[in-house]
Ligand binder design. Sequence first.
Ligand code: SAM
Length: 363
Amino acid sequence: MNIDGILDKQDLTKEEIKFLLAAEGDDKKKLFDRALQVKLEHLDNYVHLRGLIEYSNICTKYCLYCGVRSKNPNFTRYQLSDDEVIECAKLAHELGYGSVALQSGERSDKEFTDKITLLVKEIKKIDNGSLGITLSLGEQTEETYRRWFEAGAHRYLLRIEASNEELYYKIHPQDAKHDFKTRLNCIDTLLKLGYQTGTGVMVGLPFQTLDDLAGDLLFFQRKDVAMVGMGPFIPHPDTPLWQYKDQIPTAEKRMELTLKMIAILRLMMPEINMVAATANQTVDPMGREKAIAVGANVIMPNLTPNEFRENYLIYPDKACVKDKPDQCQTCLDVRLAAIGHKVLYNAWGDSLAFRKKNPASTL
Ligand code: SAM
């Protein structure tokens, strides 16, 4: 296979994707350069921000990789107060972020879902609905997703985590709470309801092969999602997958594989939004910039009050746990300018893929 013959293709075969995932040296550089070029052609050099609010680390699930799993007793559980959430959202607005992303451990009881409806409505009241709202609150019923949509949330992130069912059950317990088909159905429901829907996977998981990763990219394309978030898997000592930490690629390799995944997906889906996940920065201090330079176009600066951040440790040594929001902003502007990019402030930053299908949505 010759790299020059496939870099202009959008409909890559699984074999071609695997070839690109294995690219080294000159071929790797060609892949990264082409992905950046495709992004600039379609989306310019803008980066969109989502002020991240880590609402709660209380979780009813026990995914085998995640530090906030319910079966980890080694840290304090919290839930932000309504005022704390609204303060974070107001800060996002003041800083010109344009959008917030509300993320949390998974709960689906009525008290929780009603609270989220109320918070979404309250955030919408800030400056007459000027903030875009992304939710990342796990698997819910269609009725709950609809209620949150009607309250004003318009984007939803639910990573499939692994699109190969067999791998899915190696990183999740196989029980009613962690059902692959339910997760798939949730993504379909979000798409059906009109959410700007995002999904994604972790890269460098135990048991994960290049074939799995190529399958993940084809899955995103097949589902025609508007957003994708991918980041390196980071083993957490209080989780069952920790025991495989010596059998996975090194942090450097997981980072590189993540960058290749982002670059290849940019070729396949030129108009979607792609997040430069915080996990990238955790394994490499320049990780987010590197992701932006090979095709990502969204960053989620953390707005969670500092005293809670250290308890939202889905993985260890998370980046920016001690940064203050205003420091974060200056730091971002400088870091992005250094790689020829700039933040588009005061804009929702909906994905071009979504905007083309939904003329009412805005940049
Ligand atoms: N509960 C919601 C859900 O399941 O979508 C949102 C919160 S969940 C903690 C957010 C994401 O963190 C997950 O989709 C997963 O991919 C990522 N994550 C969890 N543990 C991780 C780890 N050890 N390394 C890297 N990413 C991890």
